[in-house]
Structures are given as C-alpha cells and as structure tokens.
Design a protein around this ligand. Structure first.
Ligand code: GLU
Length: 298
C-alpha cells in the first residue's frame, strides 16, 4: 500500500477557518512528500445530518482534493470489533461500569497523573463483575501496561503524555475515537497524521495502542490552532467563521483561502502554488489570531 496522509473531520457542523487551515496543511504535508491524500469522515459520534456534504463542499471549494472515495467510520464496525477482540484475547482489556460522575468522584490512584482513569474496575472480583453486569452495560477499557509514552512530532519534537486505561468501546456500544483512529489509520495505509495540536495530548495513547496491535505508528505533525481575539480557540460564535457565513458577508472563497495561506507564510493563489514552496520547517509554531473579514468576525 502506498503511503498516505489524511484529513478526518467530524461531521458535527460546518468547518470553520481553523478546520480549513488544518486541512490545507494536511494536504500540503501529504502532497509535498509524495503521499496520497485520503478523506475520512469521523461520524461515530456527534454527526449532524447534512454536515458531511457541507464539509466536503467547503474543502473542495478551498482547493483541498483527495484520492479515492470518502471513508466513513460508521461503515467500519467489523474492523474495530476485530481489534478489540484481539486485545481482549491477549488479556489487554476489561469491562468498566463507572459513570462519568463516579470517575470524577473516585480518589485518584497514588502517583496517577491528573485526568487518568483511576482504575476502579480494573480488578473487579468475579462476583462483583456479575453483579455490575446485571445493572448496566459495560464499557471496554484498555488494560494499559504503561503510564506514559513518548511520540515524535515534526513540529513539537519528542512529546511524552499520559497513557491510562482509556475507553475502547463506550457502554452504548459506540467505538471510541482513540481506537477508531488507530485502526483506520493503519487499515488505510496512513503513515502521516497532520491535525490540530489540541489532539497532541491524545497521541501517546494512540501510538501505544498501535504498538499493542502491531500496527505502525505514523509520523505526526500537530499544527497550531486558530484563535479568536480573546485568545480562545476559534468557534462559531466568533462571527463569520465559515465559508457560507463569509460569503454572506461578501467575502469570496479565494480571498479566504489567500488569507489562510498568508497566515502560514505561503503565497496566494491555487494551493499548487503554495505546494511548490512548502517547507514544514518554516511553518509558524504559534497559534494564529483570526483578524476577521467582511466587517464582522473579530
Ligand atoms: N475527527 C477529529 C476532529 O475533527 C480529528 C481526528 C484526527 O485527525 O485524528 O477533531
């Protein structure tokens, strides 16, 4: 299988400028390194009817093209089940009955890092397990054998983060993002993951899981986010931040594309022009503050 990069939007609403800027970067990283570029819709959770079509339309309008068809996670249940089955057969999973509230209120295990699952259900005795099964369905957690892991990132260098007993399958049966992303990237031959740096803290978990499943760990590049004037992550409430909203404000898609490219120090025009001079080492390492366009925005 030839190597590939990808963009993997969650179809929960329209893409905003931060998402579009990340998509442009993922495309530039892949194309400049001779990779294919794949589009995967992460619709396991929070999918809104119609959002996928809007997102794909906006990506195409800004000049992001992809190879082959669109892959949807809701169509890939057997792959996820196989992976959970393999981990379970190796003794690397357990059933968890905790509610969110119970986890918040549980005393954390000694030396456990903040935010890590406290391990409440890790060693339930058989009778207790039976009793809990009768009350509510279980989530499946990873029985992690490490507390942290290190990954290499093109922009961040070595990054070490928590690996706890994270959820693989929720108690409503839905595959958890951390499992789906690892299984899909491997199954699709994706060996380069470019995404927003809000996902960097999840990356050690994903790399560790890939190694347990004997799947290759991709190259990672976590790119800076777009912020609003208050320094918070750009969101829908920050005025005109989608192509549709900007169009209403009189801003053409080409202008939006060129502003995003300028924010990356790249030349205006079709993305092929930026591709010709793209150099990951020259990318800004700081978040970019959206200046607003069309008289609204910031
Ligand atoms: N679907 C995730 C999101 O839209 C991205 C996951 C990824 O790129 O690994 O935030």
């Amino acid at each position: 299988m030839t190597s590939a990069g990808r963009f993997a939007p969650s179809p929960s609403g329209e893409l905003h400028l931060g998402n579009l800027r990340t998509a442009i970067l993922a495309w530039l990283f892949a194309r400049s390194s001779g990779r294919r570029f794949l589009m995967r819709v992460e619709d396991l959770d929070r999918a809104r009817a119609g959002a996928e079509a809007e997102q794909l339309r906006d990506l195409a309008a800004i000049g992001v093209s992809w190879d082959g068809g669109v892959v949807r996670q809701t169509e890939r249940w057997p792959l996820y089940a196989e992976a959970v089955g393999r981990l379970t057969a190796a003794g690397l999973t357990y059933e968890c009955f905790c509610t969110r509230r119970e986890i918040q209120e549980a005393p954390s295990a000694p030396h456990a890092p903040q935010g890590a699952y406290p391990g409440t259900c890790r060693n339930l005795p058989a009778p207790e397990l039976e009793a809990r099964r009768a009350i509510r369905p279980a989530a499946i957690r990873l029985r992690s054998e490490v507390r942290e892991a290190m990954v290499q990132d093109v922009l961040h260098g070595s990054y070490t983060g928590i690996v706890d007993d994270f959820v693989l399958r929720r108690n409503d049966g839905v595959t958890a993002y951390n499992l789906a992303v690892v299984v899909d990237d491997a199954a699709q031959g994706i060996d380069q993951v470019v995404r927003g740096d809000d996902l960097l803290p999840s990356t050690p978990r994903q790399a560790y899981l890939a190694s347990l499943l004997n799947m290759p760990v991709p190259e990672y590049a976590h790119v800076p986010l777009v912020l609003n004037a208050d320094g918070a992550r750009l969101a829908k409430r920050d005025g005109a931040v989608t192509l549709a909203e900007l169009a209403v404000a009189g801003v053409r898609v080409e202008e939006v594309r060129d502003v995003l490219l300028a924010s990356l120090g790249l030349p205006a025009g079709p993305l092929e022009r930026a591709l010709a001079v793209f150099d990951p080492a020259a990318l800004p390492r700081e978040p970019w503050v959206w200046p607003g366009m069309g008289g609204r925005g910031a």
